[in-house]
Design a protein around this ligand. Structure first.
Ligand code: PEP
Ligand code: MG
Length: 610
């Protein structure tokens, strides 16, 4: 079952509009962040260009070296400009990545090596290409994480200088003027591209790669930018500057639309905005089911900057703060003070409400510290709590920052990717050491912060009862739970129809976790994407979940859902879904039951916004 309104086909198709003189093409992808926008495509091909071998004559060597040096100077100049823009958009610590790239270009050894090859009659571009390939290979194989971390910078420098030497278009998104209303179309959004994004210039994002649960999608929702991901080959179907309609709600991209199609979409956009405006009136309303059952809606916060907006959305606290985004594109881990400041900002924005902060979940598809280690199976590899427990000094910086931020409110600490209670016990030991260090330094903090776990592996769900004495709460991370249960890579755009959260195995694991929490009298919430999709949220309510955490922009639609259904009907529908043999059958059962509760018109409206 496609999740929500994901793709209908992996290929492009003509629209059904009969009133147009030519049949427009629709590119189908995955809805990553809702909203409809129209604007010029800003095509960003951030890939190492192919370099053909070219041999130069002896008499051309000096001129070729001069050309190489001029290109390096131009690239350095460009990077300095990029850094200034990144500082404005993301902050000085993040922008420091560009200093590293300047230093690579100015590295004497690198320049000498390239010039030697030019003196041996290779063209400047071929010489530079060969040396960069060597360096990337060498750094990538290093056992030193600091060296591996540089591979991403080497790739960026590789692309930037070759583009200059080959006279290729410079696609940097930083050149967009505020107000350009551009639709960024790119293969994938890397950390260095992410921090260059100027939200005043970009109205939407479209990527070839990615799925609803991949990080580009999560980031787009955090920024409130309409986005379609998993388009497979949009970058090869569009030209720079093409006018496009990006339909983040239906997961489509329409290049060069006719006037008639534009009018249709303008009409839909107006209706969507009206529906959103209607939902916005629910901000102050309680999330209560028709039979009086109370539900708690919290926000997922990915960037500290969005905390205030999230608090204004009616969220009763933060159910998941992802801290990996603090290390986006950074050259070093954020300091204890810097982290304390970021966490405190969120805690203060939600004064009086719980703020669940997850410890670093890096590795797998997440942002690298120390570069991505070369692992055969990164999703099953050294990541999240595993990495933190193996790097206690790095982990304790974060734990101390969390204990310090806790003096401002109700902070709760959550551990990701846990499979065994041993991991919780080790983390608790490190937490007590972190508290003792703060006592020694005389720094105000709270030592009694609740410690909970994400249930996002089948192991944790199956053995949830064995955690009961050691944790203060469970939060079900369905994005990973689905991936690990079904053995389907959540980030692989070509597997998207096989990523089926309503599979009976997933529903049973959730039911089992809820039961373990009930017996142990522990809070259990859901903070994965299932919570924000109305049909699935209905199933979760039926399975007994009473705390849901979704992106701030998704809260009104989920609240509308909660207020339109009864706990009894949700339970009956979830029981029926649990008894189904397939996700498709479960979806049909839930849809029929939800249609009865809400009426078809409201249901269709909500399914279009989730
Ligand atoms: C999850 O796995 O469901 C989750 C919420 O965490 P993330 O998407 O960051 O892996
Ligand atoms: Mg997860």
């Amino acid at each position: 079952m496609p999740t929500g309104r994901s793709r209908r086909s992996r290929r492009s198709s003509p629209t059904s509009s009969a009133s147009t003189d030519r049949v427009p093409i629709i590119l189908h992808g995955v809805s990553a962040s809702p909203g409809i926008v129209v604007g010029p495509a800003h095509l960003l091909r951030w890939e190492v260009p192919e370099v053909r071998s070219r041999v130069i004559e002896d008499g051309e060597v000096d001129a070729e070296i001069a050309r190489l040096r001029a290109a390096i100077e131009a690239a350095v100049e460009r990077l300095r400009g990029v850094k200034v823009r990144a500082e404005e958009n993301a902050g000085p610590a993040e922008a420091a990545i560009f200093d590293v790239q300047v230093a690579i270009l100015q590295d004497a050894e690198l320049r000498a090596r390239v010039e030697t090859l030019v003196r041996q009659n290779l063209s400047a571009e071929k010489a530079f290409d060969l040396v960069m390939l060597e360096w990337r290979e060498h750094f990538g194989r290093s056992t030193n994480p600091m060296m591996r971390e540089r591979v991403g910078d080497l790739v960026d420098v590789h692309i930037r200088l070759l583009s200059l030497l080959l006279d290729l278009p410079d696609h940097d998104p930083v050149d967009l003027e505020p107000g350009s209303n551009a639709i960024l179309v790119t293969h994938d959004l890397t950390p260095s591209l992410t921090i260059q994004l100027d939200r005043r210039a970009i109205a939407g994002i479209a990527t070839d790669a990615g799925t609803r649960t991949s990080h580009v999608a999560i980031l787009a929702r955090s920024l409130g930018l309409p986005a379609v991901v998993g388009l497979i080959d949009a970058t090869s179907k569009l030209q720079m500057g093409d006018r496009v309609i990006l339909d983040g709600s239906n997961g489509t991209l329409i290049p060069r639309p006719t006037a008639a199609v534009l009018a249709q979409f303008a009409d839909r956009a107006r209706r969507e905005q009206a529906a959103q405006a209607e939902l916005a009136t629910l901000v102050g309303a309680e999330a209560v089911m028709t039979d009086g059952t109370r539900v708690t809606l919290r926000a997922n916060v990915d960037l500290p900057d969005e905390a205030v907006r999230a608090a204004e959305s009616g969220a009763e606290g933060v159910g998941l703060m992802r801290t990996e985004f603090l290390v986006v594109g950074r050259t070093a881990m954020p300091s204890e003070d810097e982290q304390e400041e970021a966490y405190s900002r969120v805690v203060k924005a939600f004064a009086g409400h719980p703020v669940v902060i997850r410890t670093y979940d890096v590795g797998g598809d997440k942002l690298p510290i120390g570069g991505f280690p070369h692992e055969p199976n990164p999703f099953l590899g050294w990541r999240a709590i595993r990495m933190c427990l193996d790097e206690p000094e790095l982990f304790k910086v974060q734990l101390r920052a969390l204990l310090r931020a806790a003096v401002h409110g109700d902070v709760r600490i959550m551990l990701p990717l846990v499979v065994s209670v041993d991991e919780v016990r080790q983390a608790r030991y490190l937490l007590s050491e972190a508290a003792a260090e703060l006592v020694r330094r005389g720094i105000p903090h709270r030592a009694d912060v609740p410690l909970g776990v994400m249930v996002e592996t089948p192991a944790a769900a199956m053995s949830a009862d064995s955690f009961a004495d050691d944790v203060a709460f469970f939060s079900i991370g369905t994005n990973d739970l689905v991936q690990y249960t079904l053995a389907v890579d959540r980030g692989n755009a070509s597997l998207v129809t096989r990523y089926t959260p309503l599979h009976p195995a997933v529903l049973r694991l959730i039911a089992r976790t809820v039961e373990a929490a009930r017996v142990a009298k522990l809070e259990v919430s859901v903070c994965g994407e299932m919570a924000s999709q109305p049909l699935m949220a209905f199933a979760l309510l039926g399975l007994g979940i009473r705390v849901l955490s979704v992106s701030a922009s998704g809260i009104p639609a989920v609240k509308r859902l909660v207020r339109g259904v009864s706990a009894t009907a949700a339970t009956a529908a979830a029981d029926a879904a649990l008894a189904c043999a397939t996700a498709r059958e479960a979806e049909a059962v839930l849809r029929a039951a939800l249609g009865e509760q809400l009426g078809e018109e409201l249901l269709d409206g909500l399914l279009g916004l989730g």
